[in-house]
Design a protein around this ligand. Structure first.
Ligand SMILES: Cc1ncc(C[n+]2csc(CCOP(=O)(O)OP(=O)(O)O)c2C)c(N)n1
Ligand SMILES: [Mg+2]
Length: 606
C-alpha cells in the first residue's frame, strides 16, 4: 500500500488509457464536471474531441471501432445529452461493436430528488447494453470503467456507465479496495478464440458442395480478411459468391463471379441467382432479411459456418452446421473438395454478372447531360486512392455505393447497416480520419442525411481532419420516395427544399464546391481532391437527378414472367435496355430456370 492519492476522474482516464483509448467524443456539461476536469489534468493523455451534437459523438465513437480503431468512448450530459447518444449506441448494439458511453448525472446528494434534468437513465439502454451501471462511490469509478470496457469488448456491445458529477473530483487512494494498486486489465486481455473446426463437419460440407449442381457461397462479415480463400473455393467448386452489404470490400470488385448482395440494397445477379440455387454455403453471415423475405425458399441444402453457436441455424435450417472460424473452415473445405472443371451454372452466372456490369458501366460513363449519381461514382473511382476509406450514409447512397464503388480488400467501407440510422457518415469520417491520418477519407451522404449532420463539418475543420464529403443532392428522401412508389397511394413528406450546401461548408471554414452537369463532374472532383490534398475539408454538393436506382428487389426484366409491356416500361424507366434475365443465360447453357413468379408482389418489410 502507498498513500498516493489521485482524482477518481484521472484514475478512470488512466484505466481507459490501458485499453488503448485515445479519444473521448462529446459535449461537456455540468453533470460531467468531474470527468471534464480530469480530462484537463496535465497528467491525462486522452483527447477530448468536441462535437456539435452528442449523436455525432456516439456515432464517431462507434465508427472508430468499425473502422478498426481502438474502442471508442463517448460522453453525454445527464438527461438531454444522454438521450442524444441513443442512435449511435443502438447502432453499435445491432452491429456488435464495443463502445463505452459515460452518462453524466446529478451529484450524488441530489440523486432521486426529481431535480432538474434528472432522468432514470440506465433503463434507456437496458434493452441493448451488455453492461449498464451507475457508479456508486468515487472509489468504484476506475474499477467500473475497467469492467465496462472489458465487458464491452468481450461481449462485443455497448457498455454504459452513469457517473454522478462529483465523483470525478474526489481524491481516492491509488491503492483502493477495488484497485490494488490502480490497474487496467487491458494489458492482459485475451479475446475468445474460435473452436478448431471438426473434420467430420468439413467432410460433410465438402460432400454436399461436390454433389451440388447449383452451389452458391453466401459470404458475410465472417469472411472479411479471407476473400482470396473464398474466391478460390468459389472457382474450385464453381459456386458464385453472394456477399452482404457490409462485406463488399472482402472481394475484388471485379471478381468474375461476384454476384453482389441480395434484396433491395443489392445487385440483380445475386437476387436472381439465390432463387435458382440448390445449395448454399452460408459463411459468417447474419443476413437479416433471409427468413422474412424467403431468400432461401428454393434451396435444397444449406451448410452454415459460424464462430457463434447462437447464429447456427438462426436464419435457415442447416444440413451441416460448422462451428468455427470462417477463414479456417473455408481453407479446410478448400482442401477437401474436388475441383469442378466445367459448370454451366457457373458460366451462366458469370455472364449474368458481366451483363449487369456492362449496364452499370454504361450509366457511370455517360459524358453529358444532367448529373446522375452514377457519374459521381465514376469520378470518385477515378480519384480515390487504392486504399481509400468510405464512410457511407443510409439511403440511396448505401445501395449506390455497393453497386458503383470499385472496392477491394485494401479499402474500408462502413455504414449503419442494421440499425440503418441516417447521419452516420459524417461522424464516421471524423473517426476514420482520426484513426488513419494518412489515408484518404470520403464521406458519401444523401442530402437528407447531410442535413442531419452538417453542423459537424466544422469539427473536421477545427481538429484538422480533412475529408471529402460528397453530398448527393436530389432534394428528397429518395430511398423512401422510391419505396413509397411501390407501396403507397400517396407519396407525401418525401421532398424538400434545395439548400446550398457549398455555402454551408464555406461558412464553417471548409471548401464548398457545386456541380450539376456531367460535363463538369471530373473537373470538380479533381478540384475537391486537390483541396483535400492541401489539407482542406471539402464538401462537394452534387446536384443530381431524381432518378431511382434500378429496383432489383422488384426486378421486371423477364417477358416470360411479366409480359413485354411491363418489361419494356421497366427497362425504359431505368435505362436498362441491355439487361437480360438470368433465365436466358441459364437456358443458353442448357439449364432450366426454376424461378417462381412472386405471388405476393411487392414486399412491405421496411
Ligand atoms: C434517423 C433516420 N431517420 C429516418 C430513416 C428512414 N430513411 C431511410 S433512408 C431515408 C432517406 C435518405 O434520404 P437522403 O439522405 O436524402 O438520401 P437519398 O435516399 O435521397 O439519396 C430515410 C428518411 C432512417 N433510416 N434513419
Ligand atoms: Mg436525398
Amino acid at each position: 500500500m502507498t498513500d498516493k492519492k489521485m482524482s477518481a476522474g484521472l484514475a478512470a482516464l488512466k484505466v481507459m488509457e490501458g485499453w488503448g483509448v485515445d479519444t473521448i467524443y462529446g459535449i461537456p456539461s455540468g453533470t460531467l464536471s468531474g470527468l471534464m476536469n480530469a480530462i484537463g489534468d496535465p497528467e491525462n493523455n486522452i483527447e477530448f474531441l468536441q462535437v456539435k451534437h452528442e449523436e455525432v459523438g456516439a456515432m464517431a465513437a462507434v465508427m472508430q471501432k468499425k473502422f478498426g480503431g481502438n474502442i471508442g468512448v463517448t460522453v453525454g450530459s445527464g438527461g438531454p445529452g444522454a438521450t442524444h447518444l441513443i442512435n449511435g449506441l443502438y447502432d453499435a448494439a445491432m452491429d456488435n461493436i464495443p463502445v463505452l458511453a459515460i452518462l453524466g448525472s446529478k451529484p450524488v446528494r441530489e440523486l432521486n430528488m426529481d431535480s432538474f434534468q434528472e432522468l432514470n437513465q440506465n433503463p434507456m439502454y437496458e434493452n441493448i447494453a451488455v453492461y449498464n451501471r451507475r457508479v456508486a462511490t468515487p472509489e468504484q469509478l476506475p474499477h467500473l470503467v475497467d469492467d465496462a470496457i472489458r465487458t464491452a469488448i468481450a461481449k462485443r456491445g455497448v457498455a454504459v456507465l452513469e457517473v454522478p458529477a462529483d465523483f470525478g473530483f474526489a481524491e481516492v487512494d491509488a491503492d483502493s479496495l477495488y484497485s490494488t494498486p490502480l490497474y487496467s486489465s487491458g494489458l492482459g486481455f485475451q479475446n475468445y478464440k474460435s473452436a478448431p473446426v471438426e473434420d467430420a463437419e468439413i467432410e460433410a460440407a465438402a460432400e454436399i458442395l461436390n454433389q451440388a449442381k447449383r452451389p452458391v457461397i453466401y459470404a458475410g462479415m465472417g469472411t472479411m480478411g479471407h476473400g482470396a480463400a473464398v474466391q478460390e473455393l468459389a472457382r474450385k467448386v464453381k459456386a458464385p459468391i453472394i456477399t452482404t452489404g457490409k462485406n463488399f470490400e472482402t472481394f475484388e470488385w471485379n471478381f468474375e463471379a461476384l454476384t453482389g448482395s441480395t434484396f433491395r440494397v443489392g445487385w440483380k445477379p445475386a437476387n436472381e441467382m439465390v432463387l435458382e440455387a440448390d445449395t448454399v454455403l452460408f459463411v459468417g453471415s447474419n443476413f437479416p432479411f433471409s427468413e422474412v423475405e424467403g431468400t432461401f425458399r428454393n434451396v435444397d441444402k444449406f451448410v452454415q459456418i459460424d464462430n457463434n453457436p447462437a447464429m447456427l441455424g438462426k436464419r435457415h435450417a442447416t444440413d451441416v452446421a460448422i462451428l468455427g472460424d470462417a477463414g479456417e473452415a473455408v481453407e479446410a473445405i478448400l482442401a477437401k473438395v474436388e475441383a469442378v472443371s466445367e459448370s454451366a451454372w457457373w458460366d451462366a452466372n458469370v455472364k449474368n454478372v458481366q451483363n449487369w456490369r456492362d449496364y452499370m458501366n454504361k450509366l457511370e460513363q455517360k459524358t453529358e447531360g444532367d448529373l446522375q449519381a452514377y457519374q459521381v461514382y465514376n469520378a470518385i473511382n477515378k480519384y480515390a486512392d487504392e486504399d481509400a476509406i468510405y464512410s457511407t450514409d443510409v439511403g440511396n447512397v448505401t445501395q449506390m455505393s455497393l453497386r458503383h464503388l470499385h472496392m477491394t480488400p485494401k479499402n474500408m467501407w462502413r455504414t449503419s447497416p442494421l440499425f440503418a440510422s441516417m447521419g452516420i457518415a459524417l461522424p464516421g469520417g471524423i473517426a476514420a480520419k482520426k484513426t488513419y491520418a494518412d489515408r484518404q477519407v470520403w464521406n458519401l451522404i444523401g442530402d437528407g442525411a447531410f442535413s442531419m449532420s452538417y453542423p459537424d463539418v466544422v469539427t473536421n475543420v477545427r481538429y484538422n481532419l480533412p475529408v471529402i464529403n460528397v453530398v448527393f443532392t436530389n432534394t428528397e428522401y429518395g430511398f423512401i420516395k422510391n419505396k413509397y412508389e411501390d407501396t403507397n397511394k400517396y407519396n407525401v413528406g418525401v421532398d424538400f427544399t434545395d439548400v446550398d450546401y457549398a455555402k454551408i461548408a464555406e461558412a464553417q471554414g471548409a471548401v464548398g464546391l457545386t456541380v450539376s452537369r456531367i460535363e463538369d463532374i471530373d473537373r470538380v472532383m479533381k478540384e475537391a481532391v486537390d483541396y483535400y490534398n492541401q489539407g482542406r475539408v471539402v464538401v462537394v454538393d452534387a446536384k443530381i437527378t431524381k432518378d431511382r436506382p434500378i429496383p432489383v428487389e422488384t426486378l421486371k426484366v423477364d417477358a416470360n414472367l411479366y409480359g413485354e409491356d411491363v418489361v419494356n416500361a421497366y427497362k425504359a424507366k431505368y435505362e436498362a435496355e441491355e439487361l437480360v434475365p438470368l433465365r436466358e443465360f441459364l437456358e443458353a447453357e442448357g439449364l432450366e430456370s426454376k424461378y417462381i413468379k412472386e405471388e405476393n408482389g411487392n414486399k412491405f418489410s421496411f
